[in-house]
Ligand binder design. Structure first.
Ligand SMILES: [Zn+2]
Length: 477
């Protein structure tokens, strides 16, 4: 979908979309310049009234009760409208948010744009008969075009394109999308958005003694890759480094997953694909700060070369790790990426995101990601970005009480500490690879990276969680 700003009444054809609060429509309400007859708008967010006024095709979409309306209900209503348009192959329209103006919600128009752009996403490239509609063109109607509107639309467009890119790559099946082809995607992106891209092969990682990521990928015919995307920023100084786990398929290795839990493990790359989508948005929006995106990509398979429980692996940091579960592989690939990031960039802030543990899904469901962070400023900033974007996080502890659970018997550490508190154990394991002077946050997004059923602005599957959240954070720096 392509959005453009337009001042004044709408005459572009297709549908006229009005986002309106629930209740009787006020007299003399005009949507896109069309006089709306008196109607009762339902309370359910996203419920649609489709009516004709003369030749105009009018779509009124409820944002719920005025008293409960937020940027999120606006996003949802617009997302449902985008789905409605797609389902009916409507390729043109005008969006009028003016009925929301009296509610005084900051960012209402931007949220509506986000809802449209995100709600328009589909993944159909493997279908024999994909939807044939060309990219829809929607005019965002304003009384006059202000530079703030231009900026808001540019931000929404770039972050949603990043989110949809993350979704698209996440949906790619593991027989097509390997660490090597993920690296090719990153290279393509770097070329388009003028980022620097470096890809470390297995022999280069062996020279750097990255025993963790190499152990995880050993069982796969597809070699592992460490993918680095650099954005130079408009100011010098140490960068923000964002690291994503991209296990392109996770069988669990010899700690094999069950028939039920192995399905959907292509989504174990969603931390990495979020970094890819984020760097696309960074390349377009050019924030002030330097940003480095690192994607640790490996496939966790079984073969005679695969690593096994009881192995002791030497990590890039020099620490040794006893393998208790080959299914706790994400922390191994991330730990080496964290060490690499610290040695190469001396980051001002380091954030990793990963579909790390099933335990975080048990704890928080599909509503919020787990936030592990002991730096107050970074934690607060990420929580606020989560609220603004509705990619919400909830704080989890990293107390020293948990440290003994990752102490190895015959090695420095072990990679799993049993069932109790295992999302925290994942965080504590990673913490032992981070210099305590560097503000660092670990986001466990196993619950939020995908949805099992369609949501107002996200079809079933990958959500792209993290792109809008982290872009909001980066633009605040
Ligand atoms: Zn696993």
């Amino acid at each position: 979908m392509k959005l453009t700003l337009k001042a004044g009444a709408y005459r572009g054809g297709g549908v006229i979309l009005g986002l309106v609060p629930a209740g009787r429509t006020p007299s003399q309400l005009r949507i896109g310049g069309v006089a709306v007859p008196t109607l009762t708008v339902p309370e359910v967010v996203g419920e649609i009234i489709h009516t004709k006024v003369g030749a105009a095709d009018l779509l009124l979409v409820s944002v719920g009760l005025a008293s409960k309306c937020t940027t999120e209900t606006i996003r949802q209503a617009a997302g449902i409208a985008a789905g409605w348009m797609r389902a009916r192959s409507v390729s043109k329209g005008g969006l009028d948010c003016s009925p929301l103006a009296s509610l005084g919600i900051g960012g209402a128009v931007a949220a509506a744009c986000e809802g449209l752009l995100l709600g328009d996403f589909t993944f159909e490239r493997y279908k024999s008969n994909p939807g044939k509609r060309k990219d829809a063109q929607v005019a965002v109607l304003v009384d006059r075009i202000r530079s703030a509107d231009r900026r808001a639309l540019a931000v929404a467009t770039a972050t949603c394109a990043g989110t949809n890119l993350a979704r698209q790559v996440s949906h790619e099946p593991p027989n097509e999308l390997t660490p090597v082809s993920l690296a090719a995607e990153a290279r393509k992106l770097a070329g388009k958005w003028k980022l620097k891209c470096r890809v470390l092969t297995e022999s280069q990682m062996a020279r750097l003694k990255m025993g963790g990521i190499l152990a995880v990928g050993k069982g796969s015919a597809a070699p592992s890759r460490l993918i680095i995307l650099e954005y130079g920023g408009r100011s010098s100084g140490p960068p923000v480094v964002v690291i994503g786990k991209a296990v392109t398929f996770d069988t669990g290795g010899y700690s094999l997953k069950s028939t039920d839990t192995i399905v959907g493990m292509k989504y174990d790359k969603c931390g990495g694909t979020a970094v890819l989508g984020l760097m696309r948005a960074v390349g377009e929006l050019k924030p002030k700060c330097r940003v480095i995106g690192i994607i640790a990509a490996a496939e966790n398979m079984i073969s005679e070369a695969a690593y096994r429980p009881d192995d002791i692996v030497r990590m890039m940091s020099g620490k040794t790790v006893e393998i208790v579960s080959t299914d706790a592989e994400g922390r191994l690939v991330l730990a080496d990426a964290l060490t690499y990031a610290q040695r190469t960039y001396r980051p001002r802030v380091m954030i990793d995101l990963a579909t790390l543990t099933g335990g975080i899904v048990v704890a928080l469901g599909r509503v919020a990601g787990g936030l592990f962070c002991e730096d107050d400023g970074l934690r607060d900033a990420l929580l606020e970005s989560g609220q603004r974007t509705h990619e919400r996080l909830w704080p989890m502890p990293l107390w020293e009480d948990y440290d003994r659970l990752v102490k190895g018997d015959d090695a420095d550490l072990k990679n799993s500490g049993g069932r109790w508190g295992h999302p925290v154990i994942g965080g504590v394991f990673l913490k032992s690879f981070v210099d305590s002077k560097i503000p660092w946050a670990h986001l466990d997004i196993a619950g939020t990276a995908k949805v099992d059923e369609a949501k107002p602005y996200c079809p079933k599957g990958a959500t792209g969680f993290g792109v809008r959240l982290l872009m909001d954070y980066l633009m605040g720096l």
